[in-house]
Write a protein that binds this ligand. Structure first.
Ligand SMILES: [Fe+2]
Ligand SMILES: [Fe+2]
Length: 287
């Protein structure tokens, strides 16, 4: 049993308690003391505990189109979906901290601080959902992020697979989606929700930066070989089926990527990445 006041115990609580309040409790020990991060054996958790009203189902419908956000029901649907993305992020950062306890201390501090941001984002979206008079519990919640966990857990790249999947794919894509939906909420006259999207966007730049800084440092390099570039490190670690074509939205925001420290070749690599369906379609095009 992990000791009270340790990071390990905190992460175990996030994953083994099924209720929202336990998952969103701030990462502090008794009397607000910082958590102690001591050595422990890797802990692999397959799925998080969820109370009945928070159970995850398989896939999800498409998100409402930003132009539909004039309808309160579409706004509520988006806010609930975004809150659940944040909740899955909270759980997956806890999951990664347990799975790879030997990651460098500076990286682990960064991951914990990101986890706390994700808790705050979840609460912000939940407050906006509440302002729409709608409940979070009892909706159908997709398990999309959690479906990536087995490939990350088993990857020989270890923590590198997590940084590539979470930071440089899902969070990088959110640099675009957060702005698209910010503008959608704003156009619909819901400025408070637009502001939440802006907060999430600004924090996401830091989260992507954490992964971009650490991935080339921890990705394995052949003896005698040069350090990997961001693009090489990403390609060497990103776990299938995630790939660069999932690291972006339709709107491709270059300034946010530059602010996150992504270098020019990696930004171009992601911008040009196409899905396998797109590639198959282009092969069928007549010359
Ligand atoms: Fe977030
Ligand atoms: Fe994030």
């Amino acid at each position: 049993m992990a000791a009270e006041g340790t990071l390990q115990n905190f992460c175990l609580r996030v994953l083994s308690c099924g209720d929202l309040n336990s998952k969103l409790a701030p990462p502090r020990g008794q009397a607000g003391r910082p958590l102690v991060d001591g050595p422990h054996a890797p802990v692999l958790i397959d799925r998080p505990a969820r109370d009945a009203a928070l159970l995850m189902t398989g896939g999800a419908e498409r998100l409402p189109h930003p132009r539909d956000l004039v309808k309160p029901a579409a706004r509520a649907e988006c806010l609930a979906r975004f809150a659940h993305h944040e909740l899955m992020a909270v759980e997956l950062f806890a999951w990664a901290l347990l799975r790879w306890p030997d990651a460098p201390a500076g990286l682990r501090r960064g991951l914990l601080s990101t986890l706390a941001d994700e808790q705050r984002h979840c609460r912000l979206y939940l407050a906006r959902l509440d302002a729409h008079g709608e409940a979070f519990e009892g909706r159908s919640h997709s398990d999309y992020f959690w479906r990536q966990a087995p490939a990350m857990a088993e990857s020989p790249a270890g923590m590198g697979a997590f940084l590539a999947a979470m930071g440089l794919t899902l969070e990088q894509a959110n640099l675009d989606f957060s702005l698209t939906y910010r503008d959608g909420f704003r156009t619909a006259g819901d400025e408070r929700s637009a502001q939440v999207c802006q907060i999430v966007h600004d924090d996401e730049i830091r989260h992507v930066a954490l992964a971009a800084e650490w991935l080339p440092r921890i990705a394995p390099v052949a003896p005698g070989a040069d350090a990997l570039s961001q693009t090489e490190a990403y390609q060497a670690t990103v776990p299938f089926p995630l790939a660069a074509n999932r690291a972006k939205g339709r709107r491709f925001d270059i300034p946010a990527r530059e602010a996150a420290g992504l270098d020019r070749p990696f930004i171009e690599f992601v911008r040009e990445a196409r899905s396998s369906q797109q590639l198959a379609g282009s092969r069928r095009q007549p010359k």
